[in-house]
Design a binder for this molecule. Structure first.
Ligand code: HMG
Length: 392
């Protein structure tokens, strides 16, 4: 075997592209529709604005646009992309991977390993780990990988999860670590549970809300416990510029930080300070977007990396129901300080249209109507003109 095949190339995130859909609605507009005090959504859950998709817009559009932006910023030859891994739980087909739709629109084909990764919100992180490990193993032979995390998170109207809805996509080219390197070692934790699931054919997820909170907190505690090992937790945390979490809703993250802090024996004041200094600031974009499932953690990571000097460390905690979790460690590269990908969010936020409660009600009625109509007339929802509705 040649040394070229086994050498470990420098590996990490070479570029980031983000994309949010064209519609949004503040959760304060949803509260009166559901007979709730808006404070429950804003203070109780920490939510602010939901990203929403119009009827002709779905996960394919989100994933493709984020990928286009990441590739343009990377500036490399697309012939060097040897892997396209798309993490999603908004699958448009039980067989054909979402990556095929993305590859089709980007014109990527040939010597490319192209596939979809599913593990609830953890799927994007798994895709990223596989891409990084593929390069670190030497098997990539210096090819780059395109990783996309994209989802549309919708709950049944009236479901307690409705104010946490959102949508978005993050794409990352895994190549030279210009934006951030990814530590080869990470800390995983999984337990088989039914905390949040979507049986085949169901348009919306089923959730055991209280159980999902417990699972998330238990996973976070175990991953951070593994990270700290026998070291002093304060020493380990002091090495981190930011701590990013999967953000189903911001209050969930706060609860996880409480749990981790209590495990390490911190008092309430210290936990508050940790959250305020290293965690809460990373969720600025998440608050404007809502839960974007696989993309949520990476939206937070993209935000945290923006503006960092070279060599600063960021922790990234991924959680996917079912459940699986993993804590990754990243280190900022030379292009983090410029944080050029922030322009994606700025542009999408400026362009998006804000709905009021009445427009949202019409949008949801349209969605449900389309799914029912497609089923009634036996249309293949993945390929029909109703396909976008099914692709959420
Ligand atoms: P709920 O029925 O709204 O819960 O559902 P609640 O009644 O417990 O209220 C929530 C909070 O609002 C509570 O705060 C209330 O006190 C507070 P807490 O006690 O927990 O701190 N509250 C108020 N605050 C101020 N003013 C008021 C007021 N009234 C009440 N007037 C639940 C909440 C999270 C269960 C629901 O939103 C849900 O089912 N969400 C979806 C599941 C979820 O996000 N789980 C998170 C962990 S699992 C995960 O992250 C994976 C996921 O992303 C999917 C995947 O992996 O694919 C979801």
């Amino acid at each position: 075997m040649s040394t070229a095949a086994t050498a470990t190339p420098p590996t990490g995130i070479a570029s980031i592209g983000l994309h949010l859909p064209p519609l949004s609605m503040p959760v304060t507009e949803l509260a009166p529709l559901r007979g709730q005090d808006p404070m429950k959504y804003t203070h109780g859950l920490g939510c602010e604005t939901m990203s929403l998709c119009p009827p002709d817009y779905g996960v394919v559009e989100l994933a493709t646009e984020a990928a286009r932006r990441a590739i343009a910023r990377w500036g490399g030859d697309t012939e060097r992309i040897g892997m396209l891994a798309v993490g999603t739980e908004t699958a448009v087909d039980m067989s054909r991977p979402l990556s095929a739709w993305v590859a089709d629109r980007l014109g990527l084909k040939g010597a490319v390993r192209s596939y979809e990764v599913k593990h609830a919100c953890y799927g994007g992180t798994l895709a990223l780990r596989q891409a990084a490990e593929w390069r670190l193993s030497g098997a990539a032979q210096d090819q780059a990988a395109l990783v996309v995390a994209a989802d549309v998170a919708l709950y049944e109207p009236g479901d307690p999860g409705e104010p946490t809805q959102g949508a978005g996509a993050v794409a990352m080219v895994i190549d030279e670590p210009r934006v951030a390197s990814i530590d080869p070692v990470s800390y995983a934790w999984s337990e088989p549970e039914f905390d949040f699931w979507r049986p085949i054919g169901d348009s919306y997820p089923s959730v055991d809300g209280a159980l999902s909170l417990d699972c998330y907190k238990r996973a976070a505690e175990n991953c951070f416990k593994a990270l700290v090992g026998k070291r002093n937790p304060e020493e380990v945390l002091s090495e981190l510029a930011a701590i990013c979490f999967h953000v189903p809703f911001p209050k969930m993250v706060r609860k996880a930080v409480d749990q981790i802090g209590e495990f390490f024996g911190f008092g309430a004041e210290r936990i508050e300070q940790l959250y305020a200094d290293k965690v809460s600031p990373t969720m600025v974009w998440n608050r404007l977007c809502g839960n974007a499932y696989t993309a949520s953690l990476w939206i937070s990571v993209a935000n945290a990396l923006e503006g960092l000097a070279v060599g600063q460390r960021v922790a990234a905690f991924s959680y996917g129901s079912g459940f699986g979790a993993e804590l990754l460690m990243l280190e900022s590269g030379t292009e983090a300080s410029a944080g050029i990908w922030a322009k994606d969010i700025e542009a999408d936020l400026t362009a998006r249209e804000q709905l009021d409660g009445a427009a949202y009600t019409r949008l949801r009625a349209q969605d449900d109507g389309k799914t029912i109509l497609a089923e009634e007339i036996g249309l293949d929802v993945a390929t029909s003109r109703f396909g976008k509705a099914s692709s959420r």
